[in-house]
Design a protein around this ligand. Structure first.
Ligand SMILES: C[S@@+](CC[C@H](N)C(=O)[O-])C[C@H]1O[C@@H](n2cnc3c(N)ncnc32)[C@H](O)[C@@H]1O
Length: 288
């Protein structure tokens, strides 16, 4: 076995389900990203100096304009090991419900929230965000931090979010999308390999999401371009991973899902660099 990654999607490998992928990479997620429990890219602003600051800034960009304050209820759909939910509870005193389809993440995230002193503000639940297990009008804000890409039916998902949001509630997502520029055959292969590594459906264009928001009867849909802010983070991820592969012994079978996941992150960098992928803050509001 070698650490050299071919440019083709892996053939003959069993496709993992999304929960199986995230279960397999749980331990790596807990130690990655300086213990911030984040499974997303950082966003660099004019004053950002470190990867850590960029990762935390991403949480702020995600919730910018939501006017979070104690007592408000937020849904973090596709919450991973809880980094964003814990950060929001710590920083704003809001109640956060994290929903994940990866069952082992629930206990990991809850334990980490207790350790950080916000166990009373956050709750983690196992479930599928395509079938949100919450009463109508439960939340002030609903968030998808790099998880909207997993919604198989985007309009149906957004209709579900609209149902659980209060009137005037806000939806925010940070997400990689297609820019709308045509993909060369080589970049189609990069897209296919990225889908395989992240176990996700094909990316959609940001314009499609705006149309889907309208269909789901959200108001004020926007898709703010953040390509320049995410690029230092995707570049650093690529450089660190290539260095790691160079220095480590061949990866064993158990770590192959992590290796394919990281390769997918490199593929996103590649598509972003060529302008066929874009990274956006998606937003919309339910009618008052
Ligand atoms: C890239 S990770 C992002 C995790 C987290 N939001 C963060 O920023 O650290 C995507 C997450 O979405 C979750 N996910 C994917 N599809 C889901 C679904 N249908 N229902 C609930 N969670 C889902 C996965 O389990 C995974 O934790």
């Amino acid at each position: 076995m070698t650490n050299v990654v071919s440019s083709e999607p892996t053939k003959g490998e069993p496709e993992l389900s999304v929960p199986a992928l995230y279960t397999a990479i749980t331990a790596a997620l807990v130690v990655a990203n300086e213990g911030l429990l984040s499974c997303h890219f950082g966003l660099w602003g004019p004053d950002t100096e470190t990867d850590r600051e960029a990762l935390l800034r991403a949480n702020r960009v995600l919730t910018g304009g939501c006017n979070l304050e104690p007592g408000m209820r937020c849904l973090d759909a596709g919450c991973g090991v809880g980094g964003t939910a814990i950060y929001l509870a710590e920083t704003h005193g809001v109640h956060v419900t994290g929903l994940t389809n990866c069952e082992p993440h629930v206990a990991v995230a809850a334990k980490l929230a207790e350790q950080r002193g916000v166990g009373h503000l956050v709750e983690f639940r196992h479930g599928d965000f395509m079938d949100l297990p919450f009463a109508d009008a439960s939340f002030d804000v609903a968030l998808n931090h790099e998880s909207f890409c997993y919604a198989l039916e985007k309009v149906a998902y957004l209709q579900g979010v609209r149902r659980v949001l209060k009137p005037g509630g806000r939806w925010r997502a940070l997400e990689g999308l297609l820019s709308g520029q045509p993909l060369s055959p080589e970049l189609e292969r990069v897209h296919a390999r990225m889908r395989q590594g992240f176990c996700m459906p094909p990316l959609v264009t940001w314009r499609q999401v705006l149309a889907d928001l309208e269909k789901a009867e959200f108001e004020g849909g926007e898709a703010r371009k953040l390509d320049a802010e995410v690029a230092p983070s995707t570049r650093a991820t690529r450089n660190n991973w290539l260095l790691y592969l160079f220095a480590s012994p061949p990866l064993d079978k158990e770590r192959q899902p992590w290796a394919r996941f990281m390769q997918a992150a490199l593929d996103f960098h590649e598509g972003l660099h060529h302008g066929v992928f874009t990274y956006r803050l998606l937003s919309g509001q339910t009618p008052p």
